[in-house]
Design a protein around this ligand. Structure first.
Ligand SMILES: [Ca+2]
Ligand SMILES: [Ca+2]
Length: 149
């Protein structure tokens, strides 16, 4: 099997997600369907950012988009998602001092105390972030916790 490049994979995914939205007979999907399918961490459909994105997606306000508009929109969304991911990754690395892929209590404490937080804050945050209570905050837990605050 030939390996698809990232660009090809992306194009394929966009096409597939467009088809999955249930194209009307005229090859268009509704804007609300598109929005339902593009929720990602930090995306708020009621925000100004979302409103702007919809305007770009559907400048005439017809409520329907064709594949070309959809493709452009999805490329913007994918860029935003990657940007968010990078932000999380960068923040996570700041906490994960020894780079073992999880934040220990000691690591969290080091960062928090350096920022003038109390030991009690450290305990509270750690308890909240460590969802499966294994004594470490892994990347997924970190993102969940970070998205909330
Ligand atoms: Ca660590
Ligand atoms: Ca954990």
């Amino acid at each position: 099997m030939t390996q698809l490049s990232d660009k090809e994979k992306e194009a394929f995914e966009i096409r597939r997600s467009f088809d999955a939205l249930g194209v009307n007979g005229d090859g268009k999907v509704s804007v609300s369907e598109v929005l339902k399918g593009t929720l990602y961490p930090g995306f708020n459909p009621a925000s100004k950012e979302a409103t702007d994105m919809i305007k770009e997606l559907d400048p005439k306000g017809s409520g329907l988009v064709d594949f070309g508009q959809y493709e452009m929109f999805m490329k913007t969304v994918i860029k935003k998602i990657e940007y968010e991911k990078n932000l999380f990754m960068k923040a996570f690395r700041k906490f994960d001092k020894n780079g073992d892929g999880s934040v220990s209590y000691e690591e969290l404490k080091e960062v928090f105390l350096a920022r003038g937080k109390s030991e009690k804050d450290v305990q509270d945050f750690f308890n909240e972030a460590d969802l499966n209570k294994d004594g470490r905050v892994d990347y997924e837990e970190f993102v969940k916790w970070f998205s909330k605050t």
